[in-house]
Write a protein that binds this ligand. Structure first.
Ligand code: UDP
Length: 233
């Protein structure tokens, strides 16, 4: 079937006017695609983990684009107009934030922090402040406040979900889309888009294993899936 769009980790296929099929690949990129590789089985993990998290969030009042899983690597979602923003929620300093402010990885923050980046690969997804988002018309004031409030709620829900499974949520990235005047949580939520640390050992079980060449990358993704599906801690 003809592709609508192929990204770094997913392919989108058009279905009807209203829905898309998302195929999750094993290809991995980091550092604005300067580092590339394969994580065998990643697509299956990210599809299943995203589906489980979208279902959980929906059950707790978050509106998402998710409709159903259609195969090991594919889900069906509502078509949305993606806002060109990466919305990041941080509980601890890590990654680009730790680097930017010269902080040790893992430094706790006083409270959850919402940050916005412009979704633009050639520009390297630069940080963007809420005033610039409004000035550029990327989102309206009510939309932006909705996105911020939903992100904080998702943060609380994911923190509780993963804590029950022995994993600490350090940070994550969300994307949102517009559909018929409503804003829906979209894209994916997976070990590609969040930092998860084992609460016992402090070991990262996410894409940082790939970014930092820590080894055991595919195994870490499988472990996250196992815990998300509730197969013991
Ligand atoms: N993240 C993402 N896509 C991006 C940038 C970041 O999914 O293009 C996620 C990343 O996995 C982490 C969180 O957002 O869980 C915060 O990432 P950070 O800004 O620290 O950037 P990084 O150092 O990971 O590039």
């Amino acid at each position: 079937m003809e592709k609508l769009y192929e990204g770094k980790a997913k392919v989108l296929y058009p279905e009807g006017e209203d829905t898309l099929r998302v195929y999750f690949k094993d290809e991995a990129t980091a550092f604005n695609a300067r580092k590339r590789g394969l994580i065998p089985g990643k697509g299956v993990v990210n599809n299943k983990v995203s589906a489980a998290l979208f279902r959980y969030l929906e059950a707790h009042g978050i509106r998402t684009h998710f409709l159903e899983e259609v195969s090991e690597r594919e889900m069906r979602v509502k078509r949305v107009e993606i806002l060109p923003l990466e919305v990041i929620l941080r509980f601890r300093a890590a990654g680009s934030f730790a680097k930017r402010y010269g902080l040790e990885e893992g430094t706790p923050l006083k409270g959850p922090l919402v940050e916005f980046s412009l979704k633009n690969d050639p520009l390297g997804d630069p940080l963007i402040c809420p005033e610039a988002i409004l000035a550029l018309g990327l989102a309206g004031e009510a939309e932006l406040e909705g996105v911020r409030a939903t992100t904080l709620k998702v943060g609380e829900l994911l923190k509780a979900f993963f804590a029950e499974r022995g994993l600490e949520v350090v940070d994550f990235k969300l994307e949102f889309g517009r559909r018929e005047g409503e804003i829906l949580l979209a894209d994916e939520i997976s070990p590609d888009t969040m930092r998860l640390w084992d609460m016992e050992t402090g070991e990262p079980l996410d894409k940082d294993r790939f970014r930092k060449d820590l080894g055991g990358v595919a195994e870490a993704y499988q472990e996250v899936l196992r815990r998300v599906l509730g197969e013991g801690v």
